[in-house]
Design a protein. Structure first.
Length: 330
């Protein structure tokens, strides 16, 4: 059996603007997804999938989480959530429910951040119901806008996804939140935001998050809405929903580290591009030299990306073939 790179499965602990100190679980191969969102921080989708399949065995995920939790505890870090937030769609993992069951005895709350695309499936809704906290993406409720911003796989249907969200909201007993990424010229019009607000009120969402791209995006021409537009969007949602919050600030440089800083850098940047200042802070606190970053860049494992006047470091992924030996989008 081929050895599995733990840095591809576990990342963090990382500071989360919603979940405190989060240990991320990347349960999907890079970059398998049902969407290819224009703003995605890990680039365009390289392998389209809409049918749940096997990626990592749940026992492998459990072992990786346990090892990283132990390392985090040795470093004095407290983990608030184990978060399934891969660089693709987590519900594509047919073993997601089994993995959640194996992690439950660890005594840490479990979160899943989903793009909602497969929630029309009853089995996916049942699996998500196992989590303590679920975030569902709702960028648009208009099909034309949805296709333009999320670029879904061709067989997906927005009305089925919205009905799936409605059904899930009725059966889920944990905390259900939504996230809407606003992109200038895509979904920031008053009519688009009003449609999202009405839908979120209908399903009884507890917390609605408004976000903007704060890291490098899949497409270079993506722009952030202006302050007046963001404020109006906030007010429109707040008039219909009990709790609305911005996700527009940088989450900070306070990334936790364990006893393997090289692994920390590779695992975090696999899903979460890191600002140069955050990398520097991590190296200083772990008493490592910046030459480590230079080595990873020279090895082709990290790359430098400039975005909105800031330098970021992102993980370079190996090319992975699909079952028939080909790679790339269908």
């Amino acid at each position: 059996m081929m050895a599995i790179d733990q840095a591809l499965i576990i990342f963090g602990p990382v500071p989360s603007r919603r979940l405190g100190c989060s240990l991320g679980i990347n349960n999907i191969f890079p970059k398998f997804c049902s969407y290819s969102c224009v703003y995605c921080q890990v680039g365009r989708t390289s392998k389209w999938e809409v049918k749940p399949r096997t990626f990592y065995q749940p026992e492998v995920i459990q072992a990786a989480v346990v090892a990283q939790l132990e390392a985090a505890h040795r470093a004095g870090n407290t983990i608030d959530y184990l978060t399934f937030v891969p660089d693709g769609e987590p519900t594509l993992d047919v073993h997601l429910g089994e993995a959640i069951d194996l992690l439950r005895p660890l005594g840490v709350k479990i979160a899943v951040i989903s793009n909602s695309s497969l929630i029309w499936r009853e089995d996916v809704r049942d699996i998500l119901s196992k989590a303590d906290w679920v975030s569902l993406k709702v960028d648009a409720v208009d099909e034309t806008i949805w296709k333009r911003i999320n670029r879904p796989y061709k067989i997906l249907k927005l009305h089925e996804i919205m009905n799936g969200i409605r059904q899930f909201a009725k059966q889920f007993h944990g905390q259900l939140v939504s996230e809407t990424m606003l992109i200038k010229g895509f979904n920031d019009s008053q009519s688009s935001v009003a449609g999202v607000a009405t839908f979120l009120r209908e399903i009884g969402i507890s917390n609605a998050y408004l976000s903007i791209p704060t890291r490098p995006t899949a497409e270079a021409d993506i722009q952030i809405p202006g302050e007046l537009v963001m404020n109006l969007a906030y007010q429109m949602l707040a008039s219909k929903l009990p709790q609305v919050e911005y996700l527009i600030d940088y989450e900070g440089d306070n990334f936790s580290f364990t006893d393997d800083v090289r692994l920390n850098l590779l695992s975090i940047t696999a899903v979460h591009p890191m600002r140069e200042s955050a990398v520097n802070e991590l190296l200083e606190r772990s008493r490592e030299n910046w030459s480590l970053v230079g080595e990873l860049v020279a090895e082709g494992r990290l790359k430098e990306v400039d975005y909105l006047g800031k330098r970021y470091y992102v993980r370079c992924f190996p090319v992975r073939s699909n079952n028939n030996g080909s790679s790339g989008a269908d």
